[in-house]
Design a protein around this ligand. Structure first.
Ligand SMILES: Cc1cc2nc3c(=O)[nH]c(=O)nc-3n(C[C@H](O)[C@H](O)[C@H](O)COP(=O)(O)O)c2cc1C
Length: 169
């Protein structure tokens, strides 16, 4: 299934409730590939991924955030890091991580999955590294993407363009 780019951008919503249906490996790889093809400054591709499907690991990660109920329900988690030795400019590398994460959210939507970008968990980064056995000296946590087959529609709104334009054109 493919989805028109504007359909994906305008109709993607954060999904925070999931069914128990398994997300197969092929789809996860497609989503990671979408992340991999995001733009990055100097094309340094500083992102690194950890896919978590194991229930015990998920339960431990759920303890790291007040959105634990979402983490627990999600079939698959993609933990996104920046590799510190691949970074060249913090601002630009963070921007690249954002592009990478958004690509993955759109890809998930395009594949009929639901997903949400979890950022609050960054407040407990030390705990996350302990759970995942990752090295905080090498990796900086950027987000956890929780995903699965959607069990809700999702809803959100946006400010009107006129509120965002600094001057009329
Ligand atoms: C940097 C960032 C951090 C976010 N952190 C969380 C989070 O911790 N928990 C959550 O439920 N949603 C989180 N979200 C999702 C936003 O709440 C959501 O994108 C926003 O409300 C707009 O809704 P929509 O994605 O459905 O359009 C985060 C989004 C971004 C970009």
């Amino acid at each position: 299934m493919t989805v028109d780019i504007f359909d994906a951008i305008f109709n993607r919503r954060s999904i925070r409730k999931f069914t128990e249906q398994d997300v197969d490996r092929e789809k996860i790889i497609k989503i990671l590939d979408a992340g991999r093809w995001a733009p990055s400054g100097l094309n340094n591709q500083p992102w690194r991924f950890l896919v978590v499907k194991d229930e015990q690991r998920k339960a431990k990660l759920a303890e790291c955030t007040r959105y634990g109920h979402i983490v627990r329900q999600a079939n698959t988690l993609i933990v996104v890091f920046l590799a510190k030795d691949a970074m060249y400019n913090a601002t630009k590398d963070y921007q690249g991580a954002g592009a990478c994460i958004q690509n993955m959210l759109l890809a998930a939507h395009g594949l009929g999955l639901g997903a949400v970008w979890l950022g609050e968990i960054l407040n407990q980064e030390t705990q996350v590294h302990e759970v995942l056995n990752t090295d905080p000296e090498q990796l900086e946590l950027m987000a956890v993407i929780a995903m699965g087959y959607p069990a809700q529609e999702g809803s959100s709104s946006r400010k009107d363009l006129s509120q965002l334009l600094l001057e009329e054109f």
